[in-house]
Design a protein around this ligand. Structure first.
Ligand SMILES: N[C@@H](CCC(=O)N[C@@H](CS)C(=O)NCC(=O)O)C(=O)O
Length: 281
């Protein structure tokens, strides 16, 4: 179970090679080191179907010991964090087994701070001790190992960068302005809300006219990386969002958040405490 068969590994050879050219972030060196590590097969533990319970039952203790011995990557995550959600989506889609440590942002464990002084989630600590602490890098890492639905395509790299750049920059700032103004006077939330619609949601609506998803008729990394943020925007005032003349975007959001994949990465977990049994993603 924990060591992928030769057939599975052979299946990974192509995605691993193609993804290498897509990495442009600061963690590139770290990830190349990881992929060049001949032992990488030991942590690319793949479960095709995620049937294991998210909390380890007593009978799973043996499995847990095996996984610890094999040193699975450790994911520090926070359930509602949109960056962590996108990372979990890619990890789950790839079927890569990682140990999940749910974090309270108000009480971050020392292990997380030691791994990444940025003190943000998500953080993925790999078997060789290298660290990925940018959500998009974690997505690329997971999809480079296995990308059964072709979310990450080399020829879409620029488009993904365009959308995620706009999302993680100006849209996130407007979203925060809107979110934190919710409950205050209407006038203080209008400006960031309108800005978010103008710079992100309306252009997304336009992109969804020729095809069902942002770049094509099937979901890509762009869709999955933006989804948690659009969801957060919509949740600020679901009624108001529902009245927007953005029918394609609303259908896109409802469809993707209604998928079992999305639901499965949103399951509730108790915060991890040092010394406690880890759970699987
Ligand atoms: N650029 C980072 C951003 C991650 C981030 O900002 N995460 C937030 C939670 S949604 C965080 O950990 N904030 C630290 C805090 O609130 O203490 C990424 O893409 O992973």
């Amino acid at each position: 179970m924990l060591r992928p068969s030769a057939g599975r590994l052979a299946g990974f050879a192509k995605p691993l090679r193609t993804a290498r050219s897509q990495w442009t972030s600061g963690s590139r060196a770290t990830m190349l080191m990881e992929l060049n590590n001949p032992k990488r097969t030991e942590h690319t533990c793949v479960r095709r179907r995620t049937t294991l319970p998210t909390r380890l039952a007593p009978e799973s203790v043996r499995m847990s010991l095996i996984s610890v011995r094999h040193g699975l990557p450790v994911l520090y995550s926070f359930r509602r964090c949109p960056y962590a959600i996108r990372a979990r989506l890619a990890i789950k889609m790839a079927g890569v087994a990682v140990l999940h440590r749910e974090v309270l942002l108000s009480h971050k464990p020392a292990e997380l701070l030691a791994a990444s002084p940025k003190a943000r989630v998500p953080v993925l600590v790999l078997r060789d001790g290298s660290v990925l602490d940018e959500s998009l890098d974690i997505m690329r890492w997971a999809l480079a190992l296995h990308d059964p639905q072709g979310w990450a395509r080399v020829d879409e790299q620029e488009a993904v960068q365009f959308w995620t750049g706009r999302n993680d920059g100006p849209f996130k700032r407007a979203l925060d302005g809107y979110k934190y103004a919710s409950g205050l006077a209407e006038v203080s939330l209008q400006a960031p809300r309108d800005e978010a619609v103008a710079l992100m949601l309306a252009p997304m609506e336009a992109k969804l006219a020729p095809h069902r998803f942002l770049l094509r008729d099937s979901p890509s990394m762009a869709d999955m990386a933006l989804l948690p943020f659009v969801r957060q925007f919509a949740a600020c005032d679901a009624e108001w969002f529902g009245r927007l003349p953005l029918k394609r975007l609303q259908a896109w959001l409802a469809h993707l958040t209604g998928q079992p994949l999305f639901e499965s990465v949103m399951s509730k977990r108790a915060p991890w405490r040092p010394g406690e049994m880890d759970t699987w993603v």
